[in-house]
Design a protein around this ligand. Structure first.
Ligand code: ACM
Ligand code: ZN
Length: 745
């Protein structure tokens, strides 16, 4: 085990001020065994790298040479006779990814049974180097014996909801590899975008890669086959396997928008622009669907050498199959009991096709429901019950549920990732099942679903949480508080490296920044507050509608705003932008900051009812903190203007987002009163919403009296539409009413 982290190398260090006074190793993931010696071995321009004389051996040596140069500025000798660092295959070593790294008076040696192990040894060696430029380097004497606890150590990126350029992905592959994450699961297709060029079906990327956003703008992008090959090779050089995911039969709206003949209705439909689960899925009763999928898979298989292919299989509503003559005919012909049987038929058929091509199918845990056989690998996302079922069924599993990186950093913290026991259940009653099937638990993966993640803010969601996952998956030592404290110490030492790579990493247990805006009580304006996760984070803002940049004025914790208009604010740190701008639309409201009472309080899951009179209007994002919501009750609010006031207009905003069961109210009324006891209704309006199609928009209900009216109290009542049509996602269930600003002018 670990003897001591402290290395003293006084003799050598006296001459090399830029290296160590008293070096502490700060390797992540912590190697299984570290023994520190006393002394250090110098690297300089005469040091060479001796490696196996084959293509991969030369590639690894050249990777190490370039990495040392990029990291420290030191260019080692390219002379293949010069030695100092020896990389050697040693067939006596055990384990595909295991390695032994020794630094002593003879130099540096890395031994491993495979090239994979050699490469991880190289990554560990890099973590012994200084992260700043150095003219000479002293490596501490050390012997490291290392191998991972789990074989599958993954990260998934959803490029369907937001598109990530190749340069972004390659930067992440560098970082993943640095921390010995060995699998990149590339979620390439979804309802909102098809991102992989398929030569035989050009419309997948001509049409399916682009969507028209609510504001009319076009959004999208895709990877050419040449770019896919480039990424796969870039990953291979860094010991990372790339597993493509082609979603089927659900989450396929972008494909159906490109080729409507693949759907049950055969009707044209747009690439999805909202988030959620969509009813239009691949038509299983149409043989053309299988022809299409086989042809697509053939091209995908040719691009990805990994022995695995992920076919999604999650969140597949059966509504269309129930109404489809050809799906129903197939069901009868095959003697299937119901549409779940059809799903099973579909998955088994695709699995058979992939098996014939030498590929093992991976799918989300829904594919277990009567679907894939036990050779399929199940990715667990719905929790421990699904994991237990898969294990007992004999399947191998990848655990994803505890590691959803789209969860905010204050909810899914570094500490919680660090302490999650991957090969166990939260239910004591499942302990035996997990223990008995431990060998089937391949490892874990952290997915980044990208509804709210994009290339600007993604890194703050990935790091440092991926370092915690990497440690959890690699090191099998105890995970107690002392070990966690040591992890935090090593993490602290890694931040300098991340800064040097311009990585916009987040905070271990907090959001990077939280903006709140509140009405000034004196009606004199607004206070914009920034709760900052980093002391050196700056907030740059604009008030003219333009995007804030480093040249825009900035503030640290709070900003007083006096004028109505649009304020946009974005966080920056060390010159790097950390997120999209948050936008606040400030309106002059006579009700601003005035007392407001509700017959029934707003749902605690969304903003408090006071947002209705804060002089800030909500956006199309109902999570923006500006919307108050009612689930089981109507909205019934009374605003006290605190003095008799002349009113020229009263209005209120509502949200319609049918995919989320947020409906417009059935009826809205405004009443006024001088004393809060005797009311006169001044306006009532019935809203006829078109509930036949899915849509999202805002609706303002406005009352403008012919002559101004005088009142101290204003009452607003909005009656909910209590049931959504049964045809909706989660239809027939209770609905939400979302309201914002009661605007009194
Ligand atoms: C999933 O999160 N729908 C796999
Ligand atoms: Zn059908």
């Amino acid at each position: 085990m670990l003897k001591s982290f402290l290395v003293c190398c006084f003799g050598a260090c006296a001459l090399m001020a830029n290296v160590c006074a008293a070096t502490q190793l700060a390797i992540i993931p912590q190697p299984q065994q570290v023994e520190l010696g006393s002394g250090s071995y110098p690297l300089d321009a005469h040091t060479g790298i001796v490696a196996p004389d084959d293509a991969r051996g030369r590639e690894i040596a050249s990777f190490l040479h370039d990495a040392i140069q990029a990291q420290t500025g030191l260019s080692l000798s390219q002379d293949r006779q010069a030695n100092g660092i020896v990389l050697a295959i040693d067939s006596t070593m055990q384990g595909d990814e295991a390695y032994r790294l020794a630094v002593n008076e003879h130099g540096v040696t890395i031994r491993a049974a495979t090239e994979q192990g050699l490469f991880w040894g190289v990554q560990t060696l890099r973590q012994l180097l200084p992260t700043a430029k150095a003219s000479s380097i002293a490596l501490p004497y050390v012997q490291i014996d290392d191998a991972p606890a789990f074989v599958y150590r993954g990260f998934m990126l959803d490029v369907g909801r937001h598109f990530y350029p190749v340069a972004f992905i390659e930067k992440q592959l560098d970082l993943l590899s640095y921390y010995k994450i060995n699998t990149f699961h590339w979620h390439l297709t979804d309802d909102q975008g098809w991102r992989i060029q398929i030569n035989r079906y050009p419309k997948l990327t001509d049409i399916g890669a682009w969507r028209t956003e609510a504001d009319g703008s076009r959004y999208g992008g895709f990877y050419t086959q040449a770019e896919i090959r480039e990424v796969v090779d870039y990953a291979r050089k860094r010991n990372i396997m790339v597993i493509p995911e082609i979603e089927m039969p659900g989450h396929s709206v972008a494909a159906l928008a490109s080729y409507p003949e693949l759907s049950c209705t055969k009707q044209p439909l747009p690439v999805a622009t909202t988030w959620g689960v969509f009813k239009d899925i691949d038509c299983v009763g149409d043989q053309g669907t299988f022809t299409f999928l086989h042809n697509v898979l053939d091209e995908v298989i040719a691009l990805f050498p990994a022995p695995y292919l992920h076919i999604g299989g999650d969140e597949t509503p059966k509504d269309r199959w129930k109404d489809c003559a050809s799906c129903q005919a197939l069901m009868r012909e095959r003697g299937l009991k119901d549409e779940e049987g059809l799903q099973s038929y579909f998955i088994k058929s695709i699995q058979g096709y992939l098996t014939g091509k030498g590929k093992t199918l991976i799918g989300w845990d829904e594919i277990l429901e009567g679907g894939a056989d036990r050779s399929a690998i199940i990715e667990i996302w719905r929790g421990d019950d699904e994991a237990r079922k898969a294990l007992e069924n004999g399947n191998r599993v990848i655990i994803a549920s505890p590691f959803y990186l789209d969860s905010p950093s204050n909810k899914l913290t570094v500490e919680s990732i660090y302490h999650t026991t991957i090969a166990s259940s939260s239910k004591p009653s499942d302990a035996a099942a997990f223990a008995a099937h431990r060998a089937q638990i391949l490892g874990a993966e952290a997915p980044l679903w990208s509804e709210r993640a994009n290339p600007v803010n993604a890194e703050s969601k990935l790091y440092p949480r991926l370092q915690a996952l990497a440690e959890n998956l690699w090191n099998s030592g105890p995970r107690d508080q002392a070990a966690y404290a040591d992890f935090l110490r090593r993490l602290q030492a890694q931040y300098g490296w991340l800064d040097a790579q311009q990585v916009a990493y987040g905070v271990a247990d907090r959001r990077v920044v939280e903006y709140t805006i509140s009405a000034d009580a004196q009606q004199a304006g607004w206070q914009l507050q920034a709760r900052r996760g980093f002391a050196d984070l700056q907030n740059h803002y604009t008030t003219d509608g333009s995007e804030p940049d480093l040249q825009s004025p900035s503030f640290t914790d709070g900003l007083a705003l006096k004028q109505p208009g649009t304020v946009k604010v974005a966080p920056f740190r060390r010159g790097v932008r950390y997120d999209d701008a948050s936008s606040f639309t400030l309106v002059a409201n006579r009700a601003q900051g005035r007392p407001i009472r509700f017959a029934k309080p707003a749902s605690p899951s969304y903003a408090p009812g006071t947002v209705l009179v804060d002089g800030v209007t909500g956006s199309l994002d109902f999570h923006d903190g500006r919307w108050a919501a009612w689930h089981d009750n109507d909205l019934d609010a009374i605003v006290d203007l605190q003095q008799n006031t002349t009113l020229h207009a009263i209005s209120i905003d509502f949200m319609l987002a049918t995919e989320s069961r947020i409906l417009l109210p059935k009826r809205v009324s405004f009443s006024v009163s001088a004393d809060g006891k005797h009311w006169s209704q001044v306006h009532a309006e019935a809203l006829t919403a078109d509930l036949s199609s899915s849509s999202q928009r805002l609706q303002r209900v406005v009352y403008k009296p012919a002559e101004p009216i005088a009142a101290r109290y204003v009452r607003v009542v909005a009656e909910r539409n209590k049931v959504s049509p049964a045809s909706y996602p989660g239809g027939g269930k209770n609905t939400w009413l979302f309201a914002d600003e009661i605007l009194i002018q």
